[in-house]
Design a protein around this ligand. Structure first.
Ligand code: KG4
Ligand code: ZN
Length: 341
C-alpha cells in the first residue's frame, strides 16, 4: 500500500534499537524493536561500549525489517526523525549517523529528537491527552515531572538530584542477585507479598518538589547488612531466603509509589489548571505503580493516561510521533545535526 509523507522514527539512545513509521493521517503504521537486555543482563546493567557496538550490528537489519515485513516503502518516507539527545554517546552516534546517511541518500528531511520529549508524548500514541497536563517520566536514566502545555511546549517542574527511580530498581535488584533490569522482577516479587510495606524505607525529600533515590538504595543496603543478608566486605548477597527478597521488593514499591504520589500532589497544588496526569518511561510498565497513580488522579477528578508497556520502555514509535508534529511545525534540522549529551 502506498502512503506519502511518512515519518521514519529511529531510537538508539541506549540499549534498544527501535524504528517506526508514522503517517500524518492514519497515525502509527508499524514499529519494530531489538532489545539488548539479554546481552547486558549478566553484567547487571548496560555496558556502553557493548551497547554501541550492538547498535552498529543491528541498525541496518532493523531498517530492512521495517520495510521488508510491512507493505510500506522507504520511498513513501519524507522525513527521518532520530533521537540525538540525551543518551549514551556511542549509541546516539550510531542512530544519528545512520539517519543522516539514509536521509541524504534518499533525499529526505531530517529532524533530531530529544529522547525525553519522545517519552513525554508517548501517551499520545494511543490516547487523546488534554492540555495542560502533568507528565511523570520515570525510567532508568530519568525521573522528572513536567508541565505539558502543547506539542513541543513543556517545562520541567522537578527532577531527581541523584539516581532515577528505574536505577533504584536496577541497583537494589543487583544487591539481591536478581536479574537486570530490576523493575519487572521487583514488581513480580512485590506482588507475591501483596505490596505490603514491611520495612517503611525512607521517603527521601518528603515535602520538597524534587526526587532523590540514591539514599533509598543506601537504606536498603544497610538494612540488608543489619539483617546479615549482605556482606559489605565481599559485596555479596548471602541470604537464600526468597521471603526476604519479596518483602524488600514489596516495601520498595510502596515507598516509590508514595514518593511519586507525594510529588504529583505537590505539583498539582502549584499548577491548579491541570486537566490530566500521564505516567511514562520504563517504570510506567509497572501495573502496581500505574494503578495506584491512576486511582490517586481519578480521586482528584483528573484524567490519567499511560502508554501500553511496549511504548513505556524505549521505542521508535514515540520518536516518530514527535517527528510528525515537528514536520507540521516545520522544525527541521540541517545535515550538520550532531548528538548532544
Ligand atoms: O525507558 P527505559 O526503557 O530506558 C531508559 O530511558 O532508561 O527504562 C528502563 C527502566 C529500567 O530501569 C527498568 O528497571 C525499568 O525501566 N522498568 C521497570 C519495569 N519495567 C522496566 N520499573 C518498574 N517496573 C517495571 N515493570
Ligand atoms: Zn528512555
Amino acid at each position: 500500500m502506498s502512503r506519502q509523507n511518512l515519518v521514519l522514527g529511529i531510537e538508539t539512545s541506549c540499549d534498544e534499537t527501535g524504528m517506526a513509521l508514522y503517517c500524518p493521517k492514519e497515525g502509527l503504521l508499524t514499529h519494530t524493536l531489538f532489545s539488548q537486555i539479554d546481552l547486558h543482563a549478566c553484567y547487571g546493567g548496560v555496558i556502553p561500549e557493548l551497547a554501541s557496538r550492538t547498535q552498529l550490528e543491528k541498525i541496518h537489519l532493523i531498517f530492512q525489517e521495517i520495510f521488508n515485513h510491512s507493505s510500506f516503502s522507504f520511498q513513501d518516507v519524507k522525513t527521518v526523525a532520530v533521537t540525538n539527545r540525551p543518551g549514551l554517546p556511542g549509541s546516539l552516534l550510531v542512530g544519528v549517523s545512520f539517519a543522516k546517511a539514509v536521509a541524504w541518500a534518499g533525499q529526505k528531511k531530517l529532524i533530531g529528537i530529544n529522547h525525553l520529549e519522545g517519552h513525554i508524548f508517548s501517551s499520545f500514541l494511543e490516547h487523546n491527552v488534554p492540555f495542560p497536563h502533568l507528565c511523570l517520566t520515570a525510567s532508568g536514566g530519568h525521573t522528572s515531572l513536567y508541565l505539558v502545555e502543547d506539542f513541543s511546549v513543556f517545562s520541567l517542574i522537578c527532577t531527581t538530584k541523584d539516581d532515577a527511580a528505574g536505577e533504584a530498581f536496577d541497583k537494589i535488584a543487583k544487591l539481591m542477585n536478581l536479574p537486570y533490569p530490576g523493575g519487572p522482577v521487583i514488581e513480580k516479587m512485590g506482588a507475591e507479598k501483596d505490596f505490603y510495606d514491611f520495612y517503611a524505607y525512607p521517603r527521601c525529600t518528603a515535602g520538597a518538589l524534587e526526587f532523590s533515590f540514591s539514599g533509598l538504595k543506601t537504606a536498603v543496603l544497610y538494612h540488608l547488612v543489619k539483617l546479615g543478608a549482605y556482606d559489605l566486605k565481599t559485596k555479596q548477597f548471602c541470604q537464600t531466603e526468597h521471603d526476604l527478597k519479596q518483602q524488600v521488593a514489596s516495601s520498595l514499591l510502596v515507598c516509590i509509589k508514595d514518593i511519586f504520589l507525594e510529588k504529583i500532589g505537590l505539583a498539582l497544588a502549584v499548577h491548579k489548571h491541570i486537566k490530566a496526569v500521564t505516567f511514562v518511561g520504563g517504570c510506567a510498565a509497572n501495573t502496581y505503580l500505574k494503578k495506584t497513580i491512576e486511582a490517586f488522579c481519578i480521586n482528584k477528578g483528573l484524567q490519567f493516561f499511560a502508554p501500553s508497556p511496549k511504548f513505556c520502555t524505549d521505542n521508535g514509535a514515540m520518536i516518530a510521533f514527535v517527528g510528525n508534529y515537528k514536520v507540521a511545525k516545520g522544525q527541521f534540522d540541517s545535515f550538520d545535526l550532531d548528538i548532544t549529551l
